[in-house]
Design a protein around this ligand. Structure first.
Ligand code: XIL
Length: 348
């Protein structure tokens, strides 16, 4: 009988999965209980879902995941306190309802900045206080680097940045640190952390945060990767760079797409994917987990961005770039929850 994934890697790191609350009761729930010892919410803990209106926190969906994790003695990552995407508009509107980013008067800009930082503090404080006993790893900020931003530090020109500079990053970490459990870990999370020049932009920012005494514990590498990209060397170097700063690393959103970018052409249906694709993917998974295992003193957790191939955000992207028809197959369980060659590759 297949061995449990979390059991296989118990001496190295946690094995996690991203979930929606509705997945917990059905087949996904069974696979989660059996193979995973860590969870993260795919969407319901994001700002837009947790504080859709100012002062109106909605924890109902998030609580379902917390409850399931507790009941099954699983670790829980929080994703994500601060992000530029899936964030409600109201954060960035001034008291008159105007976009803060449009303000030109320096005095009023400073007032807006203080208001936004206050809102950020309230958001972080309310959530962290509520879940402090449930969460072991927090994504404090997500995707703050944008190599295409055009500024010399590669900082994403989100409203957060435009209104507060990098102060929002510091205040987010300081507030999370103030209210989180002492042994909880605070992460900066991003994608393409392996690839230059983004890797160096991220490194420079993190180094600066560490030097400034900002309470950051680790780097979350989303790892939305492909079969042939990035290279194993790039992945290894990235983990080592951040470990050398004294930080933890977690793989936070792993999926291995069958495609390049953009994902075109894509197979129109799951059944149209030839077995050879799964074999090709299994080689990648084999090499990847061999590397993670080799680096296991620098990686505390590996989380897949889903459970089985029947539910993946990559399908939305495959559809988007292929006139509405296209599927991907990024995980180690197939669309009917059977184990794939990739599963055996990381078990053996
Ligand atoms: C994605 C979810 O998987 C989708 O369901 C949602 O529509 C959009 O967000 N980077 C992240 C995740 O940090 O939060 C994103 O999740 C995927 C990319």
């Amino acid at each position: 009988a297949p061995v449990e994934l979390d059991e296989r890697y118990k001496d190295s790191f946690d094995i996690g999965a991203a979930v929606e609350p509705h997945m917990l009761n059905g087949k996904d729930g069974q696979v989660l209980k059996r193979h995973f010892n860590s969870l993260v919410a795919e969407n319901v803990m994001k700002p837009i879902n947790i504080q859709p209106e100012e002062g109106k926190f909605t924890f109902k969906e998030a609580d379902k995941i917390v409850k399931f994790a507790k009941k099954n003695k699983m670790e829980l990552r929080f994703h994500t306190l601060i992000w530029h995407s899936q964030v409600p508009e109201w954060f960035f509107l001034d008291k008159e309802g105007n976009q803060m980013v449009d303000e030109t008067d320096p005095k009023q800009r400073e007032k807006n900045k203080q208001l936004l930082l206050k809102r950020l503090e309230t958001h972080v404080k309310t959530i962290v206080k509520r879940y402090k006993n449930d969460i072991t790893s927090w994504d404090v900020v997500n995707e703050v680097i944008d190599e295409y931003a055009g500024n010399d530090k590669g900082l994403r020109e989100s409203p957060w940045y435009q209104i507060t500079g990098t102060d929002y990053i510091k205040v987010a970490f300081e507030t999370a640190d103030k209210y989180a459990k002492k042994d909880a870990k605070l992460f900066i999370n991003d994608y393409n952390t392996e690839v230059e020049p983004k890797r160096t932009y991220l490194y420079n920012l993190v180094e600066e945060l560490v030097e400034d005494g900002v309470p950051i514990d680790g780097v979350g590498h989303q790892a939305h990767i492909q079969i042939g990209w990035p290279t194993l060397t790039e992945i290894e170097d990235s983990i080592n760079m951040f470990a050398d700063l004294g930080l933890d690393n977690q793989i936070t959103e792993l999926d291995v797409s069958l495609y390049g970018w953009p994902p075109r052409p894509a197979y129109p249906t799951y059944d149209a994917i030839p077995e050879s694709e799964f074999e090709r993917q299994a080689v990648r998974y084999d090499q990847l987990f061999e590397l993670y295992e080799k680096l296991d003193d620098k990686i505390s957790s590996v989380t897949f961005w889903g459970v089985a191939d029947n539910h993946t955000w990559l399908n939305d992207r495959a559809e988007e770039y292929n006139d509405g028809v296209g599927v991907d197959a990024p995980f180690v369980f197939d669309n009917e929850y059977n184990v794939k060659p990739s599963y055996w590759a990381i078990i053996d």
